[in-house]
Design a protein around this ligand. Structure first.
Ligand SMILES: [Zn+2]
Length: 114
């Protein structure tokens, strides 16, 4: 289960941000998860609960927003989303569009508890 390591990285970032801003407790962590990031949201949530159990993050919620896989065509500059791996532009049929979103796993914001 590689989610455990990913959540560990996320928690490091969260703790650093909390220290930086002098925040003692947070209600939720907002995460962007690319559709191609290869993570299972349910497992992310379980790992998060396990890893935060005895920390100051205990009870915080992990909120995930799934980012669709987005491509940009090099030929016509059209941006489009895809359910999976796209091999050509739906507009001009040029090959090898560049993936510009969909693999991210990123902390977007922290909800502060007061
Ligand atoms: Zn195109």
């Amino acid at each position: 289960m590689h989610e455990m390591g990913l959540v560990q990285n996320i928690l490091e970032i969260v703790e650093q941000e909390m220290d930086k801003h002098g925040v003692a407790k947070i209600a939720a962590v907002h995460l962007s998860v690319g559709a191609m990031a290869c993570v299972v949201p349910g497992q992310m949530r379980s790992c998060f609960a396990i890893l935060t159990e005895n920390s100051r993050l205990a009870g915080a919620e992990l909120k995930m927003t799934i980012v669709p896989v987005t491509y940009r065509c090099a030929a016509c500059c059209k941006e489009f989303t895809s359910e999976g791996i796209s091999l050509e532009c739906p507009c001009c049929r040029a090959g090898a569009p560049e993936m510009i979103a969909g693999r991210e796993l990123q902390v977007e914001s922290l909800e502060i508890m007061d």
